[in-house]
Design a protein around this ligand. Structure first.
Ligand code: ATP
Ligand code: MG
Length: 453
């Protein structure tokens, strides 16, 4: 069943239930009020009758007096203490016969539904005790048709039934209108999603006003999600085109040298060895590049970090030792505390530090200083070199993928231009920061900030 049909049905059933309950209350209140009004009138008549009748009156006089109080379709009778009728006057014999005479010591009233030959009648019977010397000796019994009730009841019942039907109809139409308003954004969203599924192109939902309700907020969130998806797709396409562009040069070089070797063979051993050397170095470059691509892909995903407690001093000492033995460069580690503990993913943190040291080694020739500093809200790692530096206007670009300040020079140093963007991603994953300070010709300082967890 469709959700709007469900809403419609539920609201209609609910409204009908409420209307029926209200109508029942109205109907019974009407009945009670009407009967009470009639009863009051009959009781007034009864006291008038009791005052009118005298002790010495003959039967004929009594019945004559009683007849004066007869209304349309009623009876008045006096019963003895054995419920035997002593006097009776009536203008509806059939009715009088239907209702049994009953002696009563108290004033009571009863409502009867009497089935007569052609119709049904609502009758009110009031019984009033007649006392003599403080003792109840007889009962005055007055029976009267509740004409007002009979008429009013039918009219009221028709009005109430009509109102219930109208209420149900209005609720049905209103419910349909209401559910359409509620469901429209959802249907729009489903349509948009289906269009996206079929065309493969991201689309946005049309939002008329400022988001007010949950459904409009849902549409806004959906559009935001689509924006992010677009940005990611764009990033991915940019990466693929950049990466293929970067790979094209070494592959072209390898291919042309391989062609050369194929055409000329290895007649000139020296030239052939040169060619092999170039092929080897370009192949190594491709290898490094693909490794960097994988690193980048890995840090681009919002993967879970394997965070643990790490002694930063020990980690840096180990890195310095490795790099020193490989590059034979002076790497000086400066720290005040013997151990500085940080919570981080050890492999990734190591990768960032190596990226910074690798740059410092590549772009400088003097010593390199590494400062470790423990602060109140986090830990700072600073890598400082005294090399060529970065021009002021280029500093902001160095975190971009494949960005290299001097492409020609970087081909010699073999960079891919991905190191700092990988470092930035890793710092972002750790909620940390990376900053570059550099003066061209003086040196560069890169600062990492790792917040305390
Ligand atoms: N310490 C530094 N001194 C001078 N220039 C630097 C320094 N660090 C980075 N750069 C400049 O910023 C550019 C981007 O650095 P990044 O580490 O991202 O790439 P790369 O070193 O060229 O290649 P990769 O690190 O991927 O092998 C470098 O090409 C270089 O021009
Ligand atoms: Mg680098």
């Amino acid at each position: 069943m469709k959700i709007n049909t469900k809403i419609n049905l539920i609201t209609t059933i609910w409204i009908i239930c409420v209307l029926v309950i209200v109508n029942i209350v109205v109907f019974y209140s009407f009945m009670t009020v009407t009967v009470n009004v009639e009863k009051k009138v009959v009781l007034q008549n009864a006291s008038a009758i009791l005052e009118d009748i005298n002790h010495g009156d003959t039967d004929a006089v009594i019945e004559k007096k009683l007849s004066k109080y007869l209304t349309h379709g009623s009876f008045i009778r006096i019963l003895d203490d054995h419920s035997k009728i002593i006097h009776q006057v009536t203008n509806n014999k059939e009715l009088a016969n239907k209702i049994k005479a009953r002696f009563s010591r108290k004033t009571i009233s009863d409502r009867y539904l009497v089935h007569l030959a052609q119709r049904e009648e609502q009758i009110l019977v009031v019984r009033i005790p007649i006392e003599s010397n403080g003792k109840v000796i007889e009962t005055l019994e007055i029976g009267e048709r509740l004409v007002g009730l009979e008429l009013g009841k039918d009219v009221l019942l028709s009005i109430l039934i009509f109102c219930t039907i109208m209420g149900a109809l209005i609720s049905l139409i209103g419910g349909k209108w209401l559910s359409n308003i509620i469901i429209r954004p959802v249907s729009n969203m489903i349509d948009t999603m289906e269009e996206i599924e079929q065309s493969g192109i991201t689309k946005r939902m049309v939002i008329d006003q400022q988001p007010k309700d949950e459904l409009q907020k849902m549409a806004v969130t959906f559009n935001r999600m689509m924006d992010r998806l677009d940005i990611n797709i764009e990033k991915q396409q940019q990466f693929i085109s950049d990466a293929s562009h970067e790979l094209k040069t070494p592959i072209t070089v390898i291919k042309s040298y391989a062609d050369f070797l194929r055409r000329r063979g290895i007649q000139n051993k020296e030239v052939a060895l040169d060619a092999v050397e170039v092929i080897h170095s370009e192949a190594t470059r491709i290898q490094q590049m693909t490794e960097r691509f994988l690193d980048l892909a890995n840090t681009d995903l919002e993967n879970e970090l394997e965070k643990k407690s790490i002694d930063l001093v020990a980690l840096c000492k180990e890195i310095v030792k490795q790099l020193h033995s490989t590059y034979k460069r002076d790497l000086l580690l400066h720290y005040k505390e013997k151990t500085i503990t940080v919570i981080a993913d050890e492999l990734k943190l190591k990768q960032v530090i190596i990226i910074l040291l690798d740059n410092a080694i590549k772009y400088s020739s003097d010593q390199i200083d590494i400062y470790l500093e423990n602060q109140k809200n986090g830990t700072i790692i600073r890598v400082k070199d005294y090399g060529i530096g970065i021009p002021k206007e280029e500093i902001n670009n160095v975190f971009e993928r494949f960005y290299r300040v001097d492409k020609a020079r970087n081909r010699e140093t073999g960079g891919t231009g991905l190191g700092l963007s990988i470092a930035k991603n890793i710092m972002k994953q750790h909620n940390g920061e990376i900053k570059v300070n550099s003066t061209e010709g003086v040196g560069t300082e890169v600062e990492l900030f790792l917040p305390k967890d």
